[in-house]
Design a protein around this ligand. Structure first.
Ligand code: NDP
Length: 288
């Protein structure tokens, strides 16, 4: 019988722990973590993501300051705002919602954020620290995924892990985290040959591709643990719904454990943003 890894329950537990820690920071230090959320343009999905993040902040008593800029904002204007937020010691985390409008170079903006305030963990210094195993701030989606894997599997040493996808925000950091758990890690991508065979070797299979139902049941080793990072909106008759990168229903007959979509990695991503914000705030304030 397949085990469903309940990301919603796991994220609620993590947020309960964070709420208690935030209450302690307030009571003992009169200190409130604060995140600045920057949204440029009118992308509807980005608006939903930002609203969800801000809502979670409110639930946990993290202060959030929203900066909504219109889609004609220039790179210089956005960099000036980042600079202001970097200088503001009452702001502990800066999140710039991606994607940015095409006149703005995302890489330049991400790398302009002070690394200690980069709660997404995308700054080149944080990426480099993770790559050499000296983790500072770790990207939220891979962090949430590894937390669930640690909780479910415990010791992963010697397991074969396959990560499908090599983006800087999911695939690569996920591979580094699995390597730190002493897994034997393979990264598959669009040029990988015999990808089905590569996946069939995985004790841990992470799918971060962006193609609905890309990973088929017969690509999965019997008993494997499957982390489905994908969030894809598909049309189902006259309504739309979210599906992952794994053919979940069929995969349940083969996998030992699997994360559902929705309710798996998604909620953990937001919870880990809260986790990173609290950790960054404590670090900046010198509070243990
Ligand atoms: P990207 O588009 O940046 O990367 C996709 C990766 O998949 C690339 O490395 C690409 O390979 C690879 N790929 C594409 N097509 C194939 C193929 N046919 N065979 C093998 N590999 C392929 O996506 P992200 O990493 O940003 O996101 C991946 C998925 O995760 C998306 O569905 C996204 O919505 C979701 N997501 C979910 C989050 C959550 O909170 N749960 C957070 C972030 C993302 P190549 O490099 O060769 O082009």
């Amino acid at each position: 019988m397949v085990h469903i890894i309940d990301g919603k329950a796991f994220s609620d537990k993590l947020c309960d722990d964070l709420t208690a820690e935030i209450a302690r920071l307030k009571a003992e230090h009169n200190f409130v973590p604060c995140i600045a959320v920057v949204l440029v343009g009118e992308d509807p999905a980005s608006h939903v993501y930002v609203s969800n993040k801000v809502k979670r902040c409110h639930q946990l008593n993290i202060e959030s300051r929203e900066h909504r800029l219109d889609d004609t904002t220039s790179q210089a204007e956005l960099l000036a705002l980042i600079d202001e937020l970097n200088q503001d010691s009452s702001v502990h985390g800066i999140l710039v919602q991606l994607p940015l409008p095409k006149q703005i170079d995302s890489k330049a903006v991400i790398n302009a954020i002070a690394p200690q305030k980069d709660v997404d963990g995308f700054h080149i210094e944080n990426a480099g620290a993770l790559a050499i195993g000296d983790n500072q701030i770790v990207p939220c989606t891979p962090l949430g995924s590894i937390m669930m894997l640690r909780d479910y599997l415990g010791n992963m040493s010697g397991m074969n892990a396959v990560v499908v996808g090599r983006s800087n925000i999911v695939g690569k950091p996920m591979a580094h985290l699995l390597l730190q758990e002493n897994c034997t890690v393979t990264i598959a991508h669009s040029r990988t040959k015999n990808i089905e065979e590569v996946c069939r070797n995985a004790d841990i299979l992470v799918a971060a591709v962006g193609i609905p139902h890309f990973v088929k049941a017969d690509w999965i080793k019997p008993g494997a643990t499957v982390i489905d990072v994908g969030i894809n909106r598909i049309q189902d008759g006259d309504r739309s719904r979210l599906v992952g990168d794994v053919d979940t229903e069929a995969a349940k007959a083969v996998a030992g454990a699997i994360t559902p979509v929705p309710g798996g990695v998604g909620p953990m991503t937001i919870a880990c943003l809260m986790y990173n914000t609290v950790a960054a705030a404590k670090m900046q304030a010198g509070i243990a």
